[in-house]
Structures are given as C-alpha cells and as structure tokens.
Ligand binder design. Structure first.
Ligand SMILES: CC(C)(COP(=O)(O)OP(=O)(O)OC[C@H]1O[C@@H](n2cnc3c(N)ncnc32)[C@H](O)[C@@H]1OP(=O)(O)O)[C@@H](O)C(=O)NCCC(=O)NCCS
Length: 185
C-alpha cells in the first residue's frame, strides 16, 4: 500500500529515492557494493554479505520488494544509482519501523546525501505511512551513521555494550529513536 512512490529532495537537486526494482538488483554496482569491506563492515552481517551468492541476495531483495512490512528504495543522484534506503520491519500495530541506509558509491560520500536521504525517508514514514516512531542503530565506531541519526534529530536511546563484531574487537551498538516532532529537516 505504501509502494511505488519516488521521493525527491527539496534540498539537494537531483537526489531522489525510487522504489527498488529488479533493475537495481541486477545493476552490477549493487552486488559489488555488497562485497566491499568499507560498505558492509557496518551493516551487521559482514560474514553473510561477504560469502553470499547472488541468488541469496536476490531472494532477500525480492522478499523486501514484495513485503508489506518494508519499503526498499534505490537512491539516485541524477541518473546514477548510488545507494539504498530501507524503512524496515514496519509494524502498523505498534506504528513503528526502523531505518537502514547505504551510500555505496563512494564518489558521493561525505556530501550530505546520506543525511538528506535519511531525512526524506523519515518524512515519508511519518507523513505518508503515518508511523508514530522510527528507530535505528549503528556501530559506535560508525561516525558517519551516528552523525546522520543525530543530524536528523534522532535521540540516543541506549547502548548495547560490545555487541557487534568488528574485525578483532566487539563494538558497542548505539540505538536511536525519533518521534515526528523531533525530525530535523
Ligand atoms: C553511513 C553512510 C550512509 C554515510 O553516507 P554519507 O552520504 O557519506 O553521509 P553524510 O555525507 O550525510 O555524512 C554525515 C556526517 O558524517 C560525516 N562523515 C561521512 N563520512 C565519514 C567518514 N568516513 N568518516 C568520518 N565522518 C564521516 C560527514 O562529514 C557528516 O558530518 P557532519 O554531520 O558533521 O556534516 C555511508 O558511509 C555508508 O553507506 N556506509 C556503509 C553502510 C552503513 O554504515 N550503513 C549504516 C548502517 S546503520
């Protein structure tokens, strides 16, 4: 019911989030992003992405596309596919969801695209889906993701200490939450 929309940034001309389709699934960049250590080390299931054949990624993505509990977007800058945005685990009963994002094309890292895409996704989740609360989490050492949550107005809600494996150490998992009135656009 909340599929098929394109979100256009009002702040960054050319930045948009479109429904993720089989076109992006078969785009060579997508699979290669899921093989790059700097992209996947913070996604949470490093070993899964590193070893997973395309067929499993395909089945995961097709599950997201057909799911009524997830919105999966392809992020574009002009005509270039540069990343993904997910409003996941949508629970209409609790009126919550969680936010996930990847700017895979590193030519566009650090330009504010990640923050703007997160803001656009939050706005969509609150205004179009009508959710009450959004959540997110990231490795404590993932400076960009922590900043993104704070930039968009998310509040820290807890730390799961030394939960996530990162190379030879276990990193803290920082948890964030956001109510509509807290969103910073
Ligand atoms: C996290 C990610 C989406 C950030 O994308 P981005 O487009 O570079 O983000 P932004 O440009 O909006 O940057 C947000 C902030 O982090 C800073 N930043 C970006 N990359 C950084 C880096 N490698 N090291 C330190 N700071 C960084 C930016 O300068 C900006 O700081 P500011 O708020 O003080 O201006 C991207 O690095 C990524 O896809 N990483 C891998 C996947 C991932 O970690 N997903 C999140 C899982 S929860």
């Amino acid at each position: 019911m909340y599929k098929g929309l394109t979100l256009n940034s009002e702040k960054i001309a050319g930045l948009s989030a479109r429904e993720f389709t089989e076109t992006e699934l078969h785009h060579p960049d997508y699979y290669s992003w899921l093989r790059e250590y700097d992209n996947i080390k913070y996604i949470g299931r490093y070993e899964y992405f590193l070893n997973t054949p395309f067929s499993e990624i395909e089945s995961y993505v097709k599950g997201l596309i057909s799911s009524n509990n997830d919105c999966f977007f392809a992020v574009y800058y002009e005509d270039e596919f540069i990343g993904t945005l997910k409003i996941g685990h949508i629970s209409l009963y609790n009126s919550i969801a969680d936010m996930g994002f990847l700017i895979g094309n590193k030519n566009h890292a650090g330009k504010g695209f990640g923050t703007e895409i997160l803001r656009m996704g939050c706005r969509y989740a609150f205004e179009q889906i009508g959710l009450r609360k959004l959540e997110g989490g990231c490795f404590a050492s993932n400076i960009a993701a922590n900043k993104m949550f704070l930039n968009a107005g998310f509040k820290p809600e807890g730390v799961l200490r030394k939960k996530l494996k990162l190379g030879n150490i276990f990193d803290d998992h920082n948890l964030y939450g956001l109510f509509p009135e807290e969103l910073v656009l």
